[in-house]
Design a protein around this ligand. Structure first.
Ligand code: GLN
Length: 559
């Protein structure tokens, strides 16, 4: 049986439970332990697939095609594991299961209740993570904030879980906030005391406290928290703001969190080292040699979380090029005229991400045309590839009104369309290609230079495809279909020959990039952007803002 660690959060949301859980997994993995992480989300949607990115942020797709919370992205980026459907459980799924059983008559006429039916189903979900697999540790992160009505069944379930598996096999970690009150010049422990108090009311006594703070928490404050929250002083871990999120595992380990975990869970202590993580990721992120500025032209640019994996992958590309990536976020809906393109001046790379709305299209087309004509490195992802195809059709192949049938069913040139078999499905969502698919790479292409292998597997989430009727026309005009499905029918990657680096893919490479192993496409995109930066803006290429590796410029253009 694996050891179980439960991570809860208190005081306020957005304290970084996902990053904290992923960091703990990273530290344990470095000791040679096999770790799995799981997210429990209290909302009633079955999954976030249909949720508005404005409310939910990015929808993270796993190999098995599950549409999950963006925290799974953190889990995969920090560890070596890949996760799937069983690593993400929502109240919606739990209630759905219970209600289906009730309709089938499985409860034999009994009254169906939150306790025990919902809580038992949650406990099954926690056990399912390691079914048929041999994990040493399972980390379960509970979404929401302690005190929310919605998360109560989850908290009751983990309380019971600990009772069933025993203290030496389970651990409660609570992430709280220790705010600094400027006027008093003091750090305040009361919110933490209250949050732990609320947890205790429901029968959970945390074993370890992670205290998110702006300032250093001294020994006396640690002692106070330990005394009033009933934990050992060495179990009060400071989680101070850091300049790069990849520093968090180092900061936790430095304070001996792994010793406390091993001791409490009776795991034999092995030191484990994060030396390569420090050398290959953190040191470069904090002190890069170069600086490169790229634009992300998308719909949800004002939101930090909507393109989370893309922003992270760009930074991974930066780490691989020893450079800081400055991301200029540009709202495509506001790019309307050639004049508004002045915001793209000074950028050394342009990335157009995925999306679903017709409103975002025209601005993206303008940005792509700019990248193509001015020979600025370009990476198009999913809708970004579909837009690159439409742009090429309209402006190079003179196909006036070319479009994707997603946006104009009557377009004279449906260069992006549904496959015939997809047309027949009536239920929206059914025709969606989700999860990992194989792709074959043609030699002598930029894609080949990046991947250096013939067969790859990448994750998808889309309905529309390149319309094969037009392949020859595109080819003749200098477009290479550098990646196609093994049966040759689906176009997965295109590139333009007469351009330093113009590549677009139908899949989402951002779901497979890691800080210590940048995804090949992001690595090459940033490498060519850096070349462009050095050639065109040599001074700024050598001016990294060393302590702000994640610096971003958000530009929303107003007409
Ligand atoms: N809307 C497009 C499609 O469904 C692209 C989707 C995406 O970018 N994820 O095919």
């Amino acid at each position: 049986m694996p050891k179980y660690i439960f991570v809860t959060g208190g005081v306020v949301s957005s304290l970084g439970k996902g990053i904290a859980s992923a960091s703990i997994a990273k530290i344990l993995e470095a000791k040679g332990l096999k770790v799995a992480i799981q997210k429990l989300d209290p909302y009633l949607n079955v999954d976030p697939g249909m949720m508005d990115p404005y409310q939910h942020g990015e929808i993270y797709v796993t190999d098995d095609g599950a549409e999950t919370d963006l925290d799974l992205g953190h889990y995969e980026r920090y560890t070596h594991s890949t996760y799937g459907r069983e690593n993400s459980l929502t109240s919606g799924q739990v209630y759905h299961k219970v209600i289906m059983k009730e309709r089938r008559g499985d409860y034999l006429g009994g009254t169906v209740q939150v306790v025990p039916h919902i809580t038992d189903t949650i406990k099954d979900g926690i056990r399912d993570v390691s079914k048929g697999k041999r994990h040493d540790v399972v980390i379960t992160e509970i979404g929401g904030t302690v005190g929310d009505i919605e998360s109560l069944p989850f908290l009751e379930a983990i309380r019971q879980f600990r009772h069933e598996v025993g203290r030496e096999n389970s651990l409660f970690i609570h992430l709280t906030l220790v705010p600094f009150i400027k006027a008093a010049g003091e750090l305040k422990t009361k919110p933490t005391q209250h949050s732990v108090g609320t947890l205790r009311e429901i029968g959970i006594q945390p074993d370890i406290l992670l205290c998110r703070t702006e300032k250093k928490i001294g020994q006396s404050i640690k002692a106070k928290i330990a005394l009033f929250c009933n934990v050992d002083i060495e179990s009060v871990i400071e989680a101070r703001d850091v300049s790069s999120i990849y520093e968090v595992p180092l900061a936790f380990k430095e304070q001996g969190i792994d010793k406390v975990i091993c001791q409490k869970l009776r795991i034999e202590y092995k030191a484990g080292s994060l030396h390569t993580w420090k050398k290959d990721v953190v040191d470069i992120a904090l002190r890069p040699r170069f600086s490169v500025k790229v634009a992300v032209v998308g719909k949800y640019t004002e939101l930090q979380d909507a393109y989370k994996s893309i922003y992270e992958s760009l930074r991974h590309g930066g780490i691989a090029s020893d450079s800081q990536v400055i991301i200029k976020r540009i709202n495509s809906e506001k790019l309307k005229t050639a004049r508004s393109l002045h915001v793209l001046k000074g950028v050394a790379g342009i990335l157009v991400p995925g999306g679903f709305g017709v409103k975002e299209i025209e601005g993206k087309l303008l940005a792509i045309q700019f990248a193509r004509e001015k020979k600025i490195p370009f990476l198009g992802i999913c809708l970004g590839m579909q837009c690159a195809v439409v742009e090429f059709a309209r402006n190079v192949l003179n196909m006036k009104g070319a479009n994707s049938t997603e946006f104009n069913k009557k377009t004279p040139f449906p260069v992006i369309s549904l496959l015939e078999e997809q047309e027949k499905t009536k239920i929206p969502g059914d025709a969606m290609r989700r999860g990992a698919y194989p792709c074959e790479i043609k030699k002598d292409t930029k894609a080949w230079k990046a991947y250096k292998t013939e067969q790859i597997s990448e994750r998808h989430r889309h309905r529309y495809e390149f319309n094969n009727t037009y392949r020859e026309k595109f080819q003749k005009a200098g477009v290479k279909f550098s990646g196609v499905s093994p049966n040759g029918k689906l176009v997965e990657m295109i590139e333009i020959e007469d351009h330093p680096w113009f590549l677009a893919c139908q899949f989402h490479p951002e779901f497979k990039s890691k800080p210590d192993r940048a995804h090949p496409l992001f690595r090459e995109f940033i490498a060519s952007a850096l070349e462009y930066q050095k050639a065109n803006f040599p001074k700024s290429a050598l001016e990294p803002v060393a302590t702000r590796p994640d610096s971003e410029e958000k530009i929303i253009i107003h007409e």
